[in-house]
Design a protein around this ligand. Structure first.
Ligand code: TYD
Length: 134
């Protein structure tokens, strides 16, 4: 089951009364080489993002600020994961349909990705995604 490969990764946290620090090093905390970083911000209340799957892309999703939910779906099983810690990352393997919702006001969703942007790597139609799993 693909969904069982999606896991929360605890990132290092250096606690400090001056403010906490978390770091991510390529090849260490994430199981892929980081080729791209992007982030969602200024998300209006009630908004939904995602709504697609990737053929090969691997990602680590982090709530840098605030909170939101990620709904994972491998065509057989669904799981809703609440992200609200900047020292936790949700690893999402290929061939997972994902949706993001429940964004708190001012939240920032940062995504580390294993490849540069490539529209050909997307399934944007759920029926096409299910078909590809057969
Ligand atoms: P999309 O991946 O659909 O956003 P989300 O999954 O967060 O809802 O991308 C939205 C638009 O932004 C789409 O036109 C493609 C573009 N885009 C890039 O140009 N580069 C990127 O790295 C990403 C993630 C998206």
């Amino acid at each position: 089951m693909n969904i069982d490969r999606c896991k929360m990764i605890d990132l290092p946290k250096i606690s400090d009364p001056r403010g906490n620090l978390t770091f991510i090093e390529g090849g260490h905390q994430v199981p892929f080489d980081i080729q791209r970083v992007y982030y969602l911000y200024d998300v209006p209340g009630g908004s939904e993002r995602g709504g697609h799957a990737h053929k090969e892309l691997q990602q680590l999703i982090i709530a840098m600020s605030g909170s939101f939910d990620v709904i994972l779906d491998d065509g057989e099983k669904k799981k809703r994961v609440h992200l609200n810690r900047s020292y936790n990352g949700l690893y999402v393997c290929p061939m997972i349909w994902r949706e993001l919702d429940n964004f708190s006001s001012g939240s920032v969703c940062m995504v580390l990705a294993s490849n540069q942007y490539d529209e050909a790597d997307y399934y944007r139609d759920y029926a096409d995604f299910i078909q590809a799993l057969q």
